[in-house]
Design a protein around this ligand. Structure first.
Ligand code: NAP
Length: 295
C-alpha cells in the first residue's frame, strides 16, 4: 500500500482516485473547486485545505490537470508544488500537455532529487471510472516499474515509451488519430445524410467493414441519438489540436488534420459547445453542411 497525494479531480482525476482507493492505497486529495473532493472523501480519501499540505509524507505525487496553464498555476509556478515535493517522492503527471512544459517540470523535480514520470492517458470518463485507461509513460524505466503499483489500478494497460517526455509525445500522436476519426465520421455522416442514405445502415457498415473503429461506432451512435453528454470536453479537444500542431511544427512534420480539427473545435467552442463532448465537432460539421444528423 502506497501513500498517494493527488491533485485534479475533474472527469478523469476523480475516476483515477476512486480506483487508487479501491486498490487499498492511502490517498490525500486537493482540488481547486473543493466541492469535487467530497464524493471521494466518502470513499476514504483525506481532503487537505491547501496543495502544499500534499508535499509531506507521500510516496507518489500524482496529478491530472486541464492544460499547460493549470500546470503552471499548480506545479511549476503559483502553488510551486514541483519545488515543495520532497526527495524520495515519485511525481507523475497524467495530464495532456505540451512536451516542452513536461520538460520544465522534469528539470525542477530533478534539481530537487525527485523522480518524475510523464504519464498521460488514453480512454475517457468510463475508462477512468472503471480503472481501464491506457497509460503511456516517459521517464526512467526502473521508476516506471516501481510506479506500476499506482498505475495498474487505474489502467487496462501501461506502455513504457522511453525517456522523459516520451509519454507526452505519444499522447499527442494518439490524439491526432482520435481527432482524425471524429472529424471523418462527422464528414462521412453529413455526406451520407445529404446523399439520402439511412444513417443507421451507414453505421452498421462502419461497425464491421475494414475501416471500423470504436470511435466511429461510439461517436456515430451518439450523434444520431443527439447525445453530446460530456466525456471529453470539446474545449480540451481544441487545446489538444493546438498542442499537436505546435509539436508537429517544431519537428517540421505535417499536422493538417489537427489544423482542421482546431478550425471545427473553435467554431464549436464559440457556439457555446465547449462543455459538450468533443463529438460536438460533428454538430459543427452538420451545421456547415446544413443537415440535422439526429433521428
Ligand atoms: P476537467 O474535468 O476539466 O478537469 C480538469 C482539472 O484541472 C480539474 O480538477 C480542475 O479544477 C483543474 N484545473 C484546471 N485549471 C486549473 C488551475 N488553473 N488551477 C488549479 N486547478 C486547475 O478535465 P479532465 O477531462 O479531467 O482532463 C484532465 C486532463 O486529462 C486534461 O489534460 C485532458 O486533456 C486529459 N484527458 C482527458 C480525457 C477525457 O476524456 N476527459 C481523456 C484523456 C486525457 P476545477 O475542478 O477547480 O475546475
Amino acid at each position: 500500500m502506497a501513500r498517494v497525494s493527488f491533485i485534479g479531480l475533474g472527469i478523469m482525476g476523480s475516476g483515477m482516485v476512486s480506483n487508487l482507493l479501491k486498490s487499498g492505497h492511502q490517498v490525500k486529495i486537493w482540488n481547486r473547486s473543493e466541492s469535487k473532493s467530497r464524493e471521494l472523501e466518502k470513499l476514504g480519501a483525506e481532503v487537505v485545505a491547501t496543495p502544499a499540505l500534499l508535499a509531506e509524507g507521500a510516496d507518489y505525487f500524482m496529478y491530472c490537470l486541464a492544460d499547460d496553464a493549470a500546470i503552471s498555476e499548480v506545479i511549476t509556478g503559483g502553488h510551486k508544488m514541483a519545488e515543495l515535493t520532497k526527495p524520495g517522492t515519485i511525481a507523475i503527471d497524467l495530464s495532456t500537455i505540451d512536451p516542452k512544459t513536461s520538460n520544465v517540470e522534469r528539470a525542477i523535480y530533478e534539481s530537487r532529487g525527485v523522480e518524475f514520470l510523464d504519464a498521460p492517458v488514453f480512454g475517457t470518463k468510463g475508462e477512468a471510472r472503471d480503472g481501464g485507461l491506457w497509460v503511456v509513460v516517459g521517464g526512467k524505466e526502473e521508476i516506471y516499474q516501481k510506479a506500476l503499483e499506482v498505475l495498474n489500478p487505474i489502467s487496462a494497460t501501461t506502455h513504457y515509451m522511453g525517456d522523459g517526455g516520451s509519454g507526452t509525445k505519444m499522447k499527442l500522436v494518439g490524439n491526432l488519430l482520435v481527432a482524425s476519426q471524429i472529424v471523418s465520421i462527422g464528414e462521412a455522416l453529413a455526406l451520407a445524410k445529404k446523399a439520402g442514405l439511412d444513417l443507421r445502415k451507414v453505421l452498421e457498415v462502419a461497425a464491421v467493414a475494414d475501416f471500423k473503429t470504436p470511435i466511429y461506432a461510439g461517436v456515430g451512435g451518439a450523434v444520431i441519438a443527439g447525445d453530446y453528454e460530456v466525456n471529453f470536453p470539446l474545449r480540451l479537444m481544441l487545446k489538444d489540436s493546438r498542442l499537436i500542431q505546435e509539436f508537429a511544427e517544431r519537428l517540421s512534420s505535417p499536422a493538417t488534420i489537427a489544423a482542421i480539427t482546431e478550425d471545427l473545435a473553435k467554431d464549436g467552442v464559440d457556439a457555446g459547445y465547449g462543455e459538450l463532448n468533443a463529438s460536438a465537432i460533428v454538430k459543427v460539421i452538420a451545421q456547415r453542411a446544413g443537415v440535422d444528423l439526429s433521428e
